[in-house]
Design a protein around this ligand. Structure first.
Ligand SMILES: Cc1cc2nc3c(=O)[nH]c(=O)nc-3n(C[C@H](O)[C@H](O)[C@H](O)COP(=O)(O)OP(=O)(O)OC[C@H]3O[C@@H](n4cnc5c(N)ncnc54)[C@H](O)[C@@H]3O)c2cc1C
Length: 454
């Protein structure tokens, strides 16, 4: 008999769609993980970090969920090489708080700092530097994994490599990550030298992107409501860490000013309704945002937070979509023409995405369930418009499948098992490794059940 406390709790991903109820236990120390595994009453388990995956990847309706955030100890750091050993509940934000003052930065960061190391490995996250640095998994040399049989197995590119690559991007389905060894990289300052460039079409976006290979970080906002000759207009952002001393010259930038305004609207609940986020208001926002960037190249030096994590400045911004939640749809397609087709369909659909981000990935592709591969990725946030949105996304899936592209599972809440298999042709190989380590399906999630992976 063990002391694990399981409490019934409502849980959701960042899109708040779906919302489920599960028996949850919060780990305070590693030993709690062994107890939770032993004390699960024969039920399946899902790991849940900071819940920043959008859909059902970290959920298990009516099942048991292990909350990992408090497993947040830094275990060992080598100041001469940047190798860090830390527990899986440490967040990217924790790493920046502790190590940026000492001249080190995480190798890959997503669009929010509120993700745990376990979540970053589980989704094999990518950042604005995919072309230069690959994915998070490329910077890990060892993972400690609590496997379904109660053993701790260490794996890395050299040791148990099959298990390692099935765990990197494995959506928490190979076991519970307890700790990892991560390579941080040296920076002279926290400031980013940034350039913004307005572009008027998708072709221009691709041209600027091709011309930006010297910039370590690139990303663009795109106006998804435009069709015809201005389809794909937007704002390109590229940057690199600034030399030492640059922290003294930071400008708050447009992002800082906009986030203050957005926070007051969210706090006042003025935006917390799907009705206020409609095509007309999104069109107004897009118009204003596009024209707030004058034509030409603009240079500024900004803090790393507004550059990497602009949305983090607005607490609980996911609540602006109201009770119905929202869907993030992120795809990668290897053909430029397919991206044009996708944008055209969205523009004509009558449904608008509030946030839209486009960028080109590098070549790094880890197979298995990992998302990034060579091509162009587009991420869209749609208010939950209901069945017409699901129909649109099904049609977009077809375009993606036809050109050999993928939907990002870390953002997904609705992909069919059939389309998943067409998008991730290496799923069987991944599953055979996974089944070897967890033959009875101890680790599951609503996503793994929906995609018939477990
Ligand atoms: C605003 C925003 C911007 C984002 N930008 C990006 C981006 O640029 N690039 C990108 O790749 N992603 C991005 N994401 C998605 C996010 O980075 C990933 O979903 C990440 O996995 C979330 O981490 P988490 O700690 O919240 O994990 P959760 O959402 O809690 O879990 C994600 C997955 O990891 C598994 N998991 C978590 N902890 C463990 C553990 N200890 N052991 C085993 N499995 C575990 C879960 O079971 C689940 O399958 C963004 C999300 C948001 C909200």
């Amino acid at each position: 008999m063990t002391d694990t406390i399981w409490a019934s709790k409502e849980l959701a991903g960042w899109g708040r769609l779906p919302v489920v109820r599960s028996l949850c236990t919060r780990l305070e120390r590693r030993s709690d993980a062994f107890e939770a595994l032993a004390d699960r009453d024969e039920q399946s388990l899902a790991a849940h970090g900071l819940g920043r995956s959008y859909g059902d990847a970290a959920l298990l309706d009516e099942g048991r969920v292990i909350l990992t955030r408090r497993l947040d100890r830094m275990l060992e750091f080598d100041e001469s090489t940047g190798w860090l050993h830390c527990e899986a509940g440490v967040s990217i934000g924790d790493l920046i708080d502790v190590f940026l003052p000492r001249g080190w930065f995480p190798p890959v960061v997503p669009g929010t700092q509120f993700v745990t190391i376990g979540g970053a490995i589980g989704c094999n996250i990518h950042g604005k530097n995919h072309g230069h640095a690959g994915c998070f998994g490329d910077h890990i040399r060892q993972i400690e994994l609590l496997c379904a049989d109660g053993q701790i197995v260490t794996c890395g590119p050299e040791e148990n490599p099959d298990l390692f690559w099935a765990t990197v991007g494995g959506m928490g389905l190979t076991g519970l990550i307890l700790s990892a060894q991560i390579q941080l990289y040296p920076v002279e300052s926290g400031a980013i030298e940034m350039e913004t460039i307005r572009f008027d079409s998708l072709d221009e976006f691709f041209a600027i992107s091709a011309d930006s290979t010297d910039y370590y970080h690139t990303v663009s906002w795109i106006d998804c409501l435009r069709s015809g000759s201005t389809m794909g207009r937007g704002v390109f952002m590229r940057g690199r860490h600034a030399p030492s001393g640059a922290d003294d010259e930071l400008s708050p930038g447009l992002v800082g000013r906009l986030s203050n305004l957005a926070q007051s609207l969210v706090d006042g609940r003025a935006l917390q309704s799907n009705h206020l986020l409609n095509k007309a208001t999104i069109r107004l926002f897009n118009e204003a945002y596009f024209h707030s960037h004058p034509a030409g190249v603009h240079r500024s030096t900004v803090a790393c937070e507004p550059f990497f994590f602009p949305l983090d400045a607005v607490a609980n911004w996911n609540h602006i979509y109201g009770d119905r939640g929202f869907l993030q749809y992120q795809v990668v397609v290897p053909e430029k023409q397919a991206m044009a087709h996708i944008l055209e369909l969205i523009a004509h659909s009558g449904m608008a995405s509030f946030l839209a981000v486009i960028k080109e990935f590098g070549d790094a592709d880890h197979g298995g369930l990992s998302f990034p591969c060579a091509g162009t990725t587009l991420a869209l946030d749609f208010p939950n418009y209901g069945p017409q949105l699901f129909d649109l996304l099904d049609r977009l899936d077809e375009i993606v499948v036809d050109v050999g592209g993928r939907v990002y599972l870390g953002k997904d809440a609705r992909l069919s098992a059939e389309n998943f298999r067409r998008m991730y042709p290496q799923w069987q190989r991944w599953k055979s490794v996974r089944d070897q380590w967890d033959p009875d399906g101890v680790f599951q999630s609503d996503l793994s059940r929906r995609l018939q992976l477990t």
